[in-house]
Design a protein around this ligand. Structure first.
Ligand code: FE2
Ligand code: FE2
Length: 212
């Protein structure tokens, strides 16, 4: 009986540790602030355009890492978890770059970021509970859509905003690697309606983050 109670207590402690880590990560992500010197080389139109694009990208990075954290939390495969945590850490680096650049441009992060985090963490959790193949398929499709979206942003952004462009190009390179790694770990192709739903959701999120 005592051993049984001890086992339950141990499981409870380990779960509460894991939950505390996730709460910590959530707070670190949504409260992250980074300050840089104001960039005065752009005209007002270019600056406003870059602010709206970089705000969308910062929100995208909040969502990306929440997705990875949710997936890592529920996967039962240590190797897959290791990969997801590493990719999630790289998404945090992307958030740091976007957030610093946003500050240099005189812009603010989206007020919707906490909702994006919560929604994406839930989505990642559900995908992981279905299975690693689906979960990694989700990563592969997400990263593919992010790469397409970054390419569109590079077309839309002023060629004179060299600093923001450098960030987007570096992110694009790493998102392509994330997609490739998901494939190597055994991703399964998602059904077309799921892919369509993902496109629609990301369209809503990117539109909202441009303004709020
Ligand atoms: Fe990223
Ligand atoms: Fe990524």
């Amino acid at each position: 009986m005592a051993i049984y109670t001890e086992e339950i207590l141990e499981k409870f402690m380990s779960l509460s540790d894991k939950l505390a880590t996730e709460l910590n990560h959530f707070l670190k992500t949504i409260t992250y602030e980074n300050s840089g010197d104001l960039d005065t080389n752009l005209n007002e139109e270019e600056r406003q355009k870059s602010i709206s694009l970089m705000r969308v990208n910062a929100s995208g990075e909040v969502s990306a890492q929440a997705l990875y954290r949710g997936q890592a939390f529920f996967t039962k495969t240590p190797d897959v978890r290791k990969h997801l945590v590493k990719a999630g850490d790289e998404e945090f680096d992307h958030l740091v770059w976007c957030s610093k650049r946003l500050d240099e441009l005189g812009g603010k992060k989206s007020v919707l970021d906490p909702f994006y985090y919560a929604g994406s963490f839930t989505l990642g959790s559900v995908a992981a509970l279905i299975g690693d193949g689906t979960s990694l398929g989700f990563v592969e499709e997400t990263e593919k859509q992010v790469v397409e979206h970054l390419r569109r942003h590079l077309k839309e952004m002023s060629p004179r905003d060299v600093e923001s462009r450098k960030i987007l190009e570096k992110m694009l390179e790493e998102e392509e690697i994330h997609g490739q790694e998901a494939k190597e770990h055994g991703s399964e192709e998602l059904p077309p309606p799921v892919r369509g739903m993902m496109t629609a959701t990301s369209k809503i999120m990117t539109t909202l983050s441009r303004y709020f």
